[in-house]
Ligand binder design. Sequence first.
Ligand code: ADP
Ligand code: MG
Length: 446
Amino acid sequence: MELKDKLIETLKSKIARKIWEMWFSTFKVESATDDLVVFSVGNLFIKDWINQRYAKQFVETIREVSGKDIPYQIKDEIVQESEPRQNVPLVRKRPVLLSEFNKEYTFESFVVGPFNEEGYDGAIEIAKNPGKMNPFFLYGGVGLGKTHLLNAIANYVLENSPDLHVMYMTAEKFMNDLIVAIKNGSTIEFRKSIREKLDILMIDDIQILEGKDGIQSELFHTLNHFIDNQRQIVLCSDRTPTQLSKFQPRLVSRLQMGLMVKVDNPDVQTKFEIAKTFASKNRIPLDDESIREIVEASDNIRTIKGIINKIAFKNVKSAVDKSNISKIVREVSGVEIKNFQGKKVIEKEIFFNALAMIFDVRPAEIDAKLRTAKLSNARQIGMFFARKYLGKTFAEIGEWFGRDHSSVVYACKKVEESVRVGNGIIKKEIIQLQEILKIRNEESAI
Ligand code: ADP
Ligand code: MG
């Protein structure tokens, strides 16, 4: 195999498939000699994104495949000369508000994690360099922050580029305004108001246009207008373009042309962090137990926020106690909460004695600083066990073991993965712990 092909093969094997499909679809090895490797990608934005995250992988892969340290370069293929904007005022002026924005929905108030960072990164890029990645298409389930990100783009632009004209509208408003315009014979004005004034147009929840053929045609021409004029268009939907079943194929293919990004549902731990952030912003002193209750009943961020807002609201009138919180959780989420009340309460001292016995260490060493392989092993399995079988929260485990939050999360994940792939020694140790602590419930059989 040629060096070029080997490089691609090896890189592909190292990078997650989803990332590869999304970001590396235009990636090529232009040339590879002993002096220089030249990669190329579709545009500058992709180049920056890839280079920020994968520079190390590139260096290592080149070394691995060629046996040498050859420098590399990334070219962005399509060099687009953006047309100079006309009528750009020299003096910064106050932004013109063309639609309502939610001032609270900013990039700063958006919690970022692996589940939504692509959406966040994409939105920031759009806000900083509107018109480059067109259209920007954001999709994902309800309550996962799409509308928040759209408003964050608007708020950012109003703050940093007040000369630009930004409009946010729901697809429903787009549809209603168009229908009214058709009735009044003023479609030309409708088009003008959208096409001529705007630098950035954002249309939310376009899935509602499924089956609405006439409106879709208008949207199609609007899209083309923005793309041709290098003005930014941003769209949101709860599904991918191809899943928009009653959409015109020409519209679907336009939507796929630009940057498509998914926002996912956060994992439980991140939801926990988000809930904590919301609670502290609302100045509600919720303990970890209550936060966990809220998180377990919520399948998206909107529900978490809804529950906390309601607790904040009730708190004005009466002191919120635990049973009140449970009631609110049930009311807002409509879900019966699972709880850990069935779990046996085990004291730290008893637990550490059990760990000490099994791992052949001294109890006092477990929450101390000393690091030996034996102790790390005892700690990590202990943390996992406390989480899974004692129903402890990450914060409580951190306190017990004198470790910070991220070490606890890391340990729990690591041990869980070992158990999952069938590490027999760990399984045996966990069963021994269960026996010593006399924990016997249906969940304990691993
Ligand atoms: P969507 O439009 O995807 O249905 P929204 O943007 O309306 O979801 O989000 C629902 C609620 O959850 C909003 O109040 C929003 O501020 C909040 N929210 C969603 N994701 C986040 C996040 N990552 N950080 C902070 N708040 C979030
Ligand atoms: Mg929304």
